[in-house]
Design a protein around this ligand. Structure first.
Ligand SMILES: C[S@@+](CC[C@H](N)C(=O)[O-])C[C@H]1O[C@@H](n2cnc3c(N)ncnc32)[C@H](O)[C@@H]1O
Length: 310
């Protein structure tokens, strides 16, 4: 299977799908969630599915998506949600529900030549979009020791980030990084705790930097608020504490940092009704079936309908 969708029924239920509504799956991947959305839409419904990955785009050309007139694949980074939907003829405040299931798919991780996994020796690529300029090798070979340390500790929570960052810089002075195997060999003697956990943290940190995943999420959240119709729903499944925190703050205040926003008259802005006071997490049975679901957190908001004077 390309990718088993996480929190499948929970996220679809959260969208409150209306059969004739307009929906966005921001992270198409293997199309698991998209299938579910289509199955709840009637003939007049519409689904825009985004993905920046070529293999995901190829999935969208297959049955049941190909030939389904309700389905439109948008080959774009979801950070350009508003711009891309405008090109499709969809103005702001016209979408009934948006789903984002962040990160990478199992297929991407399990495809050795993409370089996402420490389990295979491959080129240090890690780009979701092959047109992007910067690969993981570029990050390792060009970032300063301070920037490497920041990436490793913020995105990977690598405990000895400073030591590893310095070792990376020393290594590349002799030989530039090209393969995942070279990075694994450098990490192994420095690994703290379990080997697999340490390597996962290092690889995750690099992947998040290469794809600017946090920056893309910030841009996406702002666009999602503009694109939703009042009463429309946003459902986000995050797998990383930084991403979950941004979503939580954004639903609370309309700002990813959680800064209270005020309008012209000094009233506190509340752009969302929070549907999930506490994040929804997968049941044990799902985690046993699909280890990838382990760290998933689903948060849902409904765009406020606005005060009568607005
Ligand atoms: C976890 S998978 C989604 C799986 C999907 N829900 C399913 O059921 O098959 C995440 C997908 O989102 C895509 N993706 C991640 N960040 C993206 C971004 N900023 N813009 C567009 N696609 C992105 C990845 O390429 C990947 O295919």
């Amino acid at each position: 299977m390309y990718h088993e969708p996480v929190l499948f029924s929970e996220s679809l239920d959260a969208l409150h799908i209306r059969p004739d509504g307009v929906y966005v799956d921001a992270t198409f991947g293997g199309g698991g969630h998209s299938r579910g959305i289509l199955s709840r839409l009637g003939d007049n419904g519409r689904l825009y599915a985004f993905d920046q990955d070529d293999d995901a785009a190829a999935n969208a050309q297959q049955v049941p998506f190909a030939g389904d007139e309700r389905f439109v694949f948008v080959d774009s980074n979801f950070r350009h949600l508003k711009r891309s939907l405008r090109v499709e003829g969809q103005p702001p405040a016209t979408i009934d529900g948006i789903l984002a299931d962040l990160g990478v798919s199992s297929y991407q991780i399990d495809t050795p030549e993409r370089g996402f996994s420490y389990r295979f020796d491959a080129s240090l690529d890690m780009r979701m979009n092959p047109q992007d300029e910067r690969s993981a090798a570029d990050v390792l070979n060009t970032f300063s020791a301070n920037d490497l340390q920041r990436v490793l500790s913020e995105y990977g929570e690598v405990r000895n980030a400073r030591t590893l960052a310095q070792a990376i810089v020393q290594h590349r002075e002799k030989k530039a990084f090209r393969t995942t195997g070279e990075l694994v060999a450098l990490c192994e003697p420095l690994a703290m705790g379990e080997r697999w956990r340490y390597l996962s943290q290092v690889f995750q940190a690099l992947r998040m930097e290469v794809n600017d995943e946090v920056g893309a999420l910030r841009d996406f959240l702002a666009d999602a608020l503009e694109m939703l119709a009042p009463g429309g729903r946003l459902a986000v499944i995050a797998y990383h504490s930084i991403e979950d925190r941004l979503v939580k703050n954004f639903l609370k205040t309309g700002d990813p940092e959680g800064q209270v926003q005020k309008d012209f008259y000094g009233n506190i802005a509340r752009p969302w009704n929070i549907i999930t006071k506490k994040a929804i997490e997968p049941m044990d049975a799902e985690i046993q079936r699909n280890a990838r679901a382990r760290s998933a957190k689903l948060r849902v908001g409904e765009k406020a309908r606005g005060r009568p004077d607005e």
